[in-house]
Design a protein around this ligand. Structure first.
Ligand SMILES: Nc1ncnc2c1ncn2[C@@H]1O[C@H](COP(=O)(O)OP(=O)(O)OP(=O)(O)O)[C@@H](O)[C@H]1O
Ligand SMILES: [Mg+2]
Length: 237
């Protein structure tokens, strides 16, 4: 295993009770790399991100290293303290917090090129206009933007995103793609789960395909782009 990887997953198995959902999953994310996990509904994409963070009642065995830190033995709160940025599927916003409070509570100061709540509002005026209302009163697309902003202000060196394109307009997606490009220029890394193949291939350099909890294929985004046979075989599109 390369020791300078931001994320090193080796022989990960994940379970909900007796249900064995991920099987011997291995993958790496290097500094400054954007990696996408592709797969149809129910294949285990979200479970992979939950396994990294130790959330959602998932039990896991194997190795998940974040830098030099082994995550599989750690509790959810210990992992939370490491401050990995996370955009959850379904956003998980709080009714009792305003849009602005979501960002203020998640904010951890970073370097001079950091993301602050103000910078999120400048980048996404869509939600700046609504900063005083409850996070859950936003439209679906706006809640997705807030969930992305909340992950950005953690100023983490690793961003996990679970289907960030859900509910978002093409115009906003362009901005998000730009943010991802800028993010990796600072040697930060992205692990993206997507069903939107075009977006995944636009953002990522490396792709892994999950079928029934197993990585059945891994290649470069460029190598996967025109492989229509594999799109049909693995993604049904
Ligand atoms: N809390 C849970 N308890 C039991 N089984 C679960 C739980 N969460 C997910 N599963 C099962 O684990 C499998 C993988 O689910 P997961 O949510 O990881 O899929 P996914 O690839 O993210 O799908 P989608 O594209 O629909 O979001 C599915 O069969 C699902 O039914
Ligand atoms: Mg999912």
């Amino acid at each position: 295993m390369e020791s300078n990887n931001v994320l090193n997953i080796h022989q990960l198995n994940a379970y909900y009770g007796k249900a064995h959902v991920l099987q011997n999953v291995s993958l790496q994310v290097k500094p400054g790399e954007k990696v996408a996990i592709l797969g149809r509904n129910g294949m285990g994409k979200t479970t992979l991100l939950k396994s990294i963070l130790g959330i959602g009642g998932v039990k896991r065995t194997g190795d998940i290293r974040y830098g030099q830190t082994q995550l599989t033995g750690k509790t959810t709160s210990d992992i939370a303290r490491l401050g990995i940025g996370y955009v959850p599927q379904g956003w998980l916003l709080f009714r009792s917090l305003s849009v602005e409070e979501h960002l203020i509570m998640a904010y951890k100061p970073g370097r001079e090129d950091e993301w602050t709540p103000e910078r999120v509002f400048e980048t996404f005026p869509e939600i700046a206009r609504r900063k005083k209302i409850s996070g859950t009163s936003l439209s679906g697309g706006e809640q997705q933007i807030l969930a992305i902003g909340r992950a950005l202000v953690t100023n983490s060196n690793l961003l996990l995103m679970d289907e960030p394109s859900e509910g978002i307009s093409t115009m906003v997606l362009e901005r998000i793609t730009g943010i991802c490009d800028e993010f990796v220029k600072q040697h930060k890394s992205i692990l993206l789960v997507e069903q939107n193949l075009d977006l995944a291939l636009k953002i990522a350099e490396q792709v892994y395909i999950l079928v029934n909890g197993e990585i059945v294929h891994s290649t470069t985004a460029a190598g996967f782009k025109d492989d229509k046979e594999k799109h049909m075989l693995y993604l049904g599109i």
